[in-house]
Design a protein around this ligand. Structure first.
Ligand code: SF4
Length: 485
């Protein structure tokens, strides 16, 4: 347990995130200052802020003081800068105690690419890169990764306005539960009333399409995710697509369906996707090692992945994504290499390399004893292998995101061949465009870019609660998109 005191409790959670970079899953608890392991204070004197961190941990003592000119402009910016100063001071004191520097430095709770883009716009490229390295202690490797992504995203985000939105549909069901899963996805059983869920979705889609029409917005990209959307049978998929077509019209843009689990992909379903204009699908192995797939509770074999991929190609899909995870239990670099070699033979258009995140809700955490996990350094090596294979396939990194509790404080990176990037993924991860979500657990977001602000309407994760709330949710989304400025 790490006891943390700050004289600015409003930033306590953000400072605790810095401590988690070093202390991992150790509990961080607030302290009143009497008996604490870390103390972070912020004072102002003669026009300067002094953020001071003192840490007494693991039998060591470290102190760090950051001095910055005090800022007295807009309230939101004052908070941002105060918080940043305190986080950096905490990070540097803790770094001295623990003796290592996390690859993304003190960055937590912010997308590195978004921050870098904003800094480049405000300060120019050279100063932005300097600030990322000097102020935030981001490593040279990670800085190069973020810089490359910002460059690839630049034409995708150019001219983006509030007159468009992405549409997301959530199918929160899966064939089985993966042990690392922390999504509120449910294993589909014969007892599930899919008819009721699809009826609720149809109404949700009808109301959402009316809202976009009334707010004079057009659809930029469509994305059906989950869960595993292909747990729906061909008839159910056609019913969902009919509703989308009826209300949103014949959409001719980027249209992704995350098929995901290869064991749920059939020729018949792929024919339905093609008939309704889906342009991009995912076939996700996560690993091509049969023993790992069995260990993490995925109900498919590496052979199923290859069969599903071949079916998707035969159906005419020329934009197929595959997902892998670095750091799965029991895997080493050779296992990762084997996975990537088998994937390279299939030659997908894009590859997403995830780092295992140890979420509390997953079986891997609740039943940790049963799952031996690779060390952080090994996960980093696996990510390097993923990057090298993606480069070998002619791909470039085009989006990335980080989550809490990722092995080694690393990242998830999406790679794609030029022209095969997924606009929705970029919009979603960068908070670049508003998203109108349909379905249980869907998160509707309106992006107010000028204010760098995002407002959200979350749908209940529970399927019955969602179905009961469709009309009320639609009213909230309407207010967010039409009344809220
Ligand atoms: S396929 Fe994805 S959503 Fe479904 S259980 Fe596995 S990790 Fe969770």
């Amino acid at each position: 347990m790490v006891r943390l005191y700050t004289d600015h409790p409003v930033y306590a959670n953000d400072i605790a995130d810095e401590a988690r970079l070093f202390a991992g899953r150790e509990e961080i608890v607030p302290s009143d200052g009497e008996d604490c392991d870390i103390s972070i204070t912020l004072t102002e004197q003669n026009g300067f802020w002094r953020a001071t961190a003192k840490a007494d941990l693991n039998g060591k003592h470290a102190e760090y003081t950051l001095e910055r000119p005090a800022y007295s402009g807009e309230a939101l910016e004052v908070k941002r800068r105060e918080k940043r100063a305190m986080k950096i001071a905490a990070f540097r004191a803790l770094r001295a105690i623990y003796g290592f520097t996390p690859p993304w430095g003190s960055l937590t709770g912010i997308r590195p690419t978004r921050l870098l883009r904003e800094l480049i716009e405000r300060e120019g490229e050279a100063e932005a890169l300097n600030m990322m390295a000097e102020d935030f202690d981001v490593s040279a490797d990670k800085l190069a990764l973020a810089r490359g992504i910002v460059e690839v995203q630049s034409p995708m985000l150019a001219g983006l306005s509030d007159s468009v939105a992405d549409v997301y549909v959530n199918i929160p069901f899966c064939p089985t539960k993966c042990s690392y899963c922390s999504f509120p996805s449910k294993v589909r059983t014969a007892g599930d009333d899919m008819d009721a869920y699809l009826s609720a979705l149809e109404r949700d889609i009808e109301l959402g399409a009316a809202l976009l029409r009334d707010s004079a917005r057009s659809v930029r990209a469509l994305y059906i995710g989950g869960g595993t959307p292909t747990v729906l049978d061909a008839r159910e998929l056609a019913r969902l697509f009919d509703a989308l077509r009826r209300h949103y019209g014949n959409f001719g843009g980027e249209f992704t369906l995350e098929a995901g689990r290869p064991d749920s992909i059939t020729k018949e379903k792929l024919a339905v996707l093609r008939a309704y204009g889906v342009t991009r699908v995912s076939v996700n192995p996560q690993s091509m090692n049969a023993k790992t797939l069995a260990l993490v509770g995925r109900s498919h074999t590496p052979g199923d992945v290859e069969r599903a991929f071949a079916l998707a190609r035969e159906a005419g899909f020329d934009n197929i994504n595959m997902d892998v995870i670095a750091g799965l239990p029991g895997e080493d670099a050779k296992d990762m290499e084997y996975t990537l070699e088998r994937i390279a033979r299939l030659s997908p258009e894009s590859l997403t390399v995830h780092t295992l995140a140890l979420k509390r809700a997953s079986l891997l955490v609740t039943d940790g004893e049963a799952f031996p996990l690779p060390e952080a350094a090994l996960a980093a090596e696996m990510l390097r292998l993923g990057a090298a294979f993606a480069r070998g396939l002619g791909m470039r990194p085009y989006y990335m995101y980080r989550q809490k509790f990722m092995r080694g404080n690393l990242e998830n990176v999406g790679y794609a061949k030029p022209g095969s990037e997924c606009v929705y993924n970029v919009d979603m991860m960068e908070d670049a465009a508003s998203i109108l979500a349909h379905g249980a657990g869907g998160m509707t977001k309106r992006v107010f870019d000028a204010q760098r602000r995002v407002e959200r309407v979350p749908a209940p994760k529970d399927i019955e609660a969602y179905a009961a709330k469709v009309e009320a949710l639609a009213a909230e989304k309407r207010s967010l998109f039409l009344d809220f400025n």
